[in-house]
Design a protein around this ligand. Structure first.
Ligand SMILES: [Cu+2]
Length: 136
């Protein structure tokens, strides 16, 4: 699983922190810089699990985080073709999760999920993970 967490410092490494905070505030963001550096939202789990095999009957693919997500997208492809219904988004039943429904009639094989998320701290994140589906 690849996972990228873009902090304000990595988005603008040469800009003084005061400027980053000012820009964040101007954008209506709650990002507060270094003070909460260890409290970032991270990936807690994916479904199906990264690198694992699940049933072709699976109906949803999701990423669950350690904290609340403001918004996100998730798409799933097999052999370069989208098998997810749209771009996904925050799970209406779980503010820590982004999910997307899958089309029916999925074939056995390798699938790749690609996601983006904006955490409650305003930090942009993205990642990919793969899994296999087989008939059961
Ligand atoms: Cu963060």
């Amino acid at each position: 699983m690849r996972f990228v967490h873009l902090h304000p410092s990595s988005l603008a490494p040469r800009v003084p922190r005061r400027t980053v905070v000012a820009v964040a505030l101007a954008a209506g963001s709650l990002a507060v810089g270094v003070g909460v550096a260890d409290a970032h939202t991270e990936v807690a789990a994916t479904s199906p699990s990264s690198g694992k095999t699940a049933s072709t009957a699976v109906r949803t693919v999701s990423v669950t985080f350690t904290g609340q997500i403001r918004s996100g997208t998730i798409t799933v492809k097999r052999a370069g073709k989208a098998v997810s219904k749209g771009r996904g988004g925050q799970d209406p039943r779980n503010v820590k999760r982004i999910s997307v429904g899958l089309k029916t009639g999925l074939k056995a094989g390798k699938y790749v999920a690609t996601w983006t998320a904006i955490a409650a701290d305003g930090h942009h994140q993205k990642g990919t993970f793969g899994f296999r589906l087989k008939r059961r």
